[in-house]
Design a protein around this ligand. Structure first.
Ligand code: UD1
Length: 420
């Protein structure tokens, strides 16, 4: 198992190219189950989660090959309609296959994901939505079994805006008979890009980019070439890293529009930001000011940057409040950050950070993807050397993170270790 050894205290300066969005590719890849043929997804990040999705689709008969961020998928022959526990337990996004399978083949068996490192993550909305479209759902031996001769268009309101459930039900509805109306649908850019891909495939979807989607089912879809959007979470992570080290960074191949809420908060903290069509230049030559954040659905502050922002606020002299309204238990990084000397009071879904105290290097343990990013950022400003263990979590969602950080001036090394 790998760990990172990081020497703190170096400014990050330079340019970095942002990769394709993990959550974008993971939403688009299962769409190949909706129509036979060969697909080409450009700008696919070379990440563990993409490999997991490729293996899952491969187990169903989809041939997947990732070459220089070009993902080729041949979905001509699907031989299994099952997503086994071994895949779903590694990555909850595996659940995305449920909607397309039941829509096209009338049957699907997908392992229930269970909880995750930071608490329960239910799938009730995925199941309720599919039931509304006429699927018969039962839970058998830890698996969701869904059956439907032909899904039928229906009205479905998401009680909570859910990225995954919107993607799943939207994919299913494209092949249902009749019209589906989805309200309070997620409008995260990764879902919007999935909707655009489905339209290219021949789906009829109105209201893309809004929380009300009207989907007219069609008899069949066709394969397409498409491209994954830039990863807004990776971009935000690098911007925060530059800001907290007093650096200057230029992000290439990003979408500033997707990052509006984060850029505003960075400006409030004292960063100078200049934006062009797909570049963001950030310069921080001030001491960062404490800035509170509250995570919410898009276009609000993403829960996926809560942990990184918390690390940033350790550098800001004063008190800041970080509230996560999406995943209220998502604070596994807090005890590890305290090992670096952080002063954080955790009260339910609110972290109160007393920043401005110099952190000191220590060995810390990653518990999940964004928690790992937070620990790496904190190690970049800690005095001396830190070790971040279990970096396989970071490999799920950041392409070449140590190479990118090194090119910006960070001192970070990947080391093999027997420690788990
Ligand atoms: C996706 C992202 C994840 C991000 C999250 C929130 C992917 C692969 N993952 O996860 O990185 O942190 O969106 O932006 O794209 N909920 C229910 N019932 C359900 C489904 C969700 O109650 O059936 C709740 C969740 O507990 C959570 C909220 O809805 O409080 C949002 O979750 P959701 O948007 O579904 O997250 P994911 O799609 O799992």
């Amino acid at each position: 198992m790998d760990k990172f050894v990081i020497e703190g205290g170096h400014r990050l300066c330079g340019r970095v190219k942002i990769s394709g969005a993990k959550n974008g590719s993971l939403a688009m890849m299962p769409a190949v189950l909706l129509a036979p043929g060969v697909y080409h997804l450009k700008n696919t990040p070379n990440l563990r989660d993409v490999w997991t999705m490729s293996r899952l689709l491969g187990s169903m008969g989809v041939f997947c090959e990732l070459n220089d961020n070009n993902l080729f998928m041949d979905a001509s022959q699907i031989k299994s309609y099952e997503a086994p526990y071994e895949h779903v337990k590694m990555m909850r996004a595996s659940f995305y296959v449920l909607g397309p399978l039941v829509a096209r083949y009338g049957t699907a068996k997908v392992s229930l994901p269970g909880g995750c490192a930071w608490g329960p993550r239910p799938v009730d909305l995925h199941l309720k939505g599919l039931e509304k479209l006429g699927a018969e759902i039962s839970i058998e031996n830890g698996y969701v079994v869904a059956k439907a001769e032909k899904l039928k268009g229906a009205k479905f309101h998401f009680d909570i805006s859910s990225v995954g459930a919107t993607g799943n039900i939207m994919m299913a509805a494209t092949l249902a008979q009749g019209t589906t109306l989805l309200t309070n649908a997620a409008i995260e850019p990764e879902i919007t890009s999935l909707a655009r891909m489905l339209v290219k495939m021949g789906a009829k979807i109105e209201g893309i980019g809004t929380s009300q989607l009207i989907i007219d089912g069609v008899a069949e879809l066709h394969p397409v070439d498409d491209e994954t959007i830039p990863d807004r979470i990776e971009a935000a992570t690098f911007l925060i890293a530059a800001a907290m080290t007093g650096g200057r960074i230029e992000l290439e191949h990003t979408n500033p529009y997707h990052l509006a809420s984060v850029l505003q908060k960075l400006e409030e903290s004292g960063c100078n930001i200049d934006v062009t069509s797909d570049n963001i230049l950030l310069e921080m030559d001030n001491e960062p000011k404490p800035v509170d954040i509250t995570t919410s659905v898009y276009p609000g502050i993403p829960t996926d940057i809560q942990a990184q922002w918390l690390a940033f606020m350790l550098k800001a002299n004063g008190i800041s409040k970080i509230i996560d309204t999406i995943y209220t238990d998502r604070f596994k990084h807090v005890p590890e950050l305290r090992r670096l000397g952080a002063n954080i009071d955790l009260q339910e879904n609110t972290a109160i950070v007393q920043g401005g105290k110099q952190l000191s290097g220590a060995t810390v343990m990653s518990s999940d993807l964004r928690a790992s990013a937070s620990l790496i950022l904190a190690a970049l400003i800690a005095e001396g050397q830190s070790e971040v263990l279990r970096v396989y979590h970071i490999d799920r969602g950041y392409e070449n993170i140590e190479k990118k950080l090194t090119s910006l001036g960070a001192v970070i090394k990947r080391v093999k270790t027997d420690l788990i």
